[in-house]
Design a protein around this ligand. Sequence first.
Ligand SMILES: *Cc1c(COP(=O)(O)O)cnc(C)c1O
Length: 359
Amino acid sequence: MEFAQHLSDHRVSEQERTKILQNPGFGNFFTDHTAVIDWSADAGWHNARVEPYGPISLDPAASVLHYGQEVFEGLKAYRHEDGSVRTFRPGKNGERINASARRLALPELPVEHFVEAVRQLVAVDQDWVPSGDGEALYLRPFMIATEAFLGVRPAREVSFRVIASPAGNYFGGELHAVPIWLSQNFARAGHGGTGEAKCGGNYAASLAAQMEAEAHGCPQVLFLDPTDDFSVEELGGMNVFFVLEGGTLVTPRLNGNILHGITRDSVLQLAREMDLTVEERKFTLDEWREAVANGTLKEAFACGTAAVITPIAELRSAEGTMVLPETTSDSVWGSIRAKLLGVQRGTVEDTHGWLTRLV
Ligand SMILES: *Cc1c(COP(=O)(O)O)cnc(C)c1O
């Protein structure tokens, strides 16, 4: 697939970009271009192009605006010491957007076109890839139903886009353990629903719980499955892990409601290589409480592309606060995080072939 290049004649100045890259935060600034591929039922995928970043012209009847037919991805591009730019397991994101697309009745995009769109965008906007510790260029591929039609059926016109945003620490400032809010009034997914799809609707449905969390000083929400003994599912946008006494790493099994995190999968692989006992299984709130009470729970952490690995300090709920043990410098989360970040940044050997060079 050939990408036409319509390059911007009003790029952000070098001076302005340098200032932005000094403290990008998360999701605040966007690069000069976007990569686009259109789809129609008649023509399939066509009109691949890189064009200047800017507002999209959409018909007010476009189905994404009414029925939320949308899926997205998130991955990062890292600047290596030799100046090259690499991304982490992009084929997995390509496969996952197709799994999400199937659930939302959107067309599948061949994985090689997905990766090429990412490569095209990063190539023209490579000056935006930061080189600081913990910094990367966050890439947001997404697919929206653009057809102007108010009947309820899968759209016959769709657009796939990639935008990019320089990113520092997701939760702002230095890495520290975060308090998590336990959502008891809301669920993020139900059996047979869209919990496994990375779609905007799941996030829209999580915002009321997120507001509750923020009102209680928590940056993230933990969701349980009320139909399965209140077993732990995940946070609004991150998977969760528990470390038990004796070096056992537990994470909820993929039960159809949980997002198949690529960080989750990578953590599991690294943990097995570190000779930890790895268990993907049901983990209930009761078991969590008991393990804290009897001292067998050593660590809990959340993981995802945006925030990498973040330890959980405590679980707050309407019933009170459960404080988790303070983790030490030889923590399991710390050593997995160091390995994962090292591979991503090119300072630890990539023995799995997880990196793809973009520039
Ligand atoms: C994206 C996402 C994750 C993390 O997935 P990664 O591939 O590790 O970035 C976890 N949970 C939800 C709900 C997500 O949307």
